[in-house]
Design a protein around this ligand. Structure first.
Ligand SMILES: [Zn+2]
Length: 153
């Protein structure tokens, strides 16, 4: 039997590398790269400052273990036979990733029009809104709950 066929057979009924596993893998790699930086810093300072060298040494081990842990978790996910549970976790992960991305896009937009728009929240339902700046006092109607209030722009 060819290697590919053997691998295919081995992976049958297993979860495989889903988005969450690939994310853990990537985060593990970044963590190990950071660990590498700390080990270089630690070695560089070894002759000059014992305390700083020790701190970098500890940080190296922290990132090293985190990185390795993430790698192991990524492999565990890929090989897991409890596909149902892993898929539920993956769905939650994708949901959070999407939430995070939306928040990030919102912050980027807010930074982009920080000179032209003022951002504020509805006092009743906390809905986020924006209005053009420097228009004096304006009357706002909440787009979500219909609450009317006045803001200074
Ligand atoms: Zn509202």
């Amino acid at each position: 039997m060819k290697f590919r066929d053997r691998l295919y057979r081995f992976m049958q009924g297993r979860n495989g590398a889903d988005e969450f596993a690939r994310f853990a893998n990537g985060a593990g790699l970044i963590s190990l790269l950071i660990a590498l930086v700390f080990t270089v810093l630690s070695a560089g300072l070894a002759s000059r400052s014992d305390a700083a060298s020790l701190v970098f040494r500890i940080l190296y081990w922290v990132f090293y273990f985190c990185g390795m842990g993430l790698f192991v978790y990524s492999i565990y996910r890929s090989l897991s036979r409890n596909v149902y549970k892993r898929q539920a976790e993956n769905t939650r992960f994708l949901y959070r990733k999407n939430q995070f991305r939306r928040k990030w896009e919102g912050l980027k937009q807010r930074w982009k029009d920080r000179k032209t728009y003022q951002y504020f929240k509805c006092p009743k339902c906390r809905q986020k809104m924006r209005a053009p700046k420097n228009k004096g006092k304006i009357r706002v109607t909440c787009s979500k709950c219909g609450e009317k209030f006045i803001i200074k722009t």
